[in-house]
Design a protein around this ligand. Structure first.
Ligand SMILES: [Zn+2]
Length: 203
């Protein structure tokens, strides 16, 4: 059985031919290289040539981001805070428990503050570890991250400009809740695709 490696996400496929599309990241067939191993277990020359460009000089910051996995680390802050923030919004909108409105607002605010390192480390990881390839997975992941950032910003700005948006007399509170659900969905999609990329390729 031949073994093929996706040069974008490192997914390993076993079969006579490389798959038409990478099941993990969606890269085209041409992005696959065959892996052949000698008795010592080291990969052949063809494979080494493919790996070589990755060893190019990286800036100190880029190396720190990649080596210390700053993207998965930084992304835990908004990924942990946002579901709580959305949860806090339900008692406000459904039962008019206004204390939860502040809890939700502060949570969204801190999630927004956590976004710049998430976006920067995500971009750097994509550019360096995944060659900046625009496969289906990366397009969707970047799209979901942008939707998440924009909705998060709108929610924080909205409550800042209109502090009574979540009061029982405000009809806008339903739109606010709906937008927060869109935020939660986009964060979920971006996170799911990230997990697929990391754990799918480790097969
Ligand atoms: Zn792939």
């Amino acid at each position: 059985m031949k073994r093929w490696k996706c040069t974008v996400c490192r997914y390993i496929h076993e079969g006579e031919e490389a798959p038409e599309k990478c099941p993990v990241c969606g890269a085209e067939k041409v992005m696959f290289i065959e892996i052949t191993e000698d008795a010592a277990g080291s990969t052949d020359l063809k494979n080494q040539q493919e790996e070589a460009p990755e060893k190019k000089e990286l800036s100190t910051i880029t190396r720190l981001i990649l080596k210390n996995h700053l993207h998965p680390i930084s992304v835990h802050s908004p990924n942990g805070i946002i579901p709580m923030a959305v949860l806090f919004l339900f008692p406000v909108v459904l039962f008019n428990l206004q204390n939860f409105a502040n809890a939700a607002y502060y949570s969204l605010f801190f999630a927004l503050l956590a976004m710049p390192p998430v976006l920067i480390s995500g971009y750097v990881t994509w550019q360096n570890k995944y060659k900046g390839e625009r496969t289906t997975l990366f397009t969707m992941k970047i799209g979901a991250s942008l939707v998440a950032t924009i909705t998060l910003f709108i929610l924080v700005a909205w409550r800042t400009v209109q502090p009574d948006i979540l009061s029982s007399s405000s009809s806008g509170r339903w739109s606010f809740l709906l937008l927060s659900l869109l935020l939660l969905a986009s964060v979920g999609i971006a996170g799911h695709l990230g997990g697929k990329l990391v754990f799918g390729a480790n097969k």
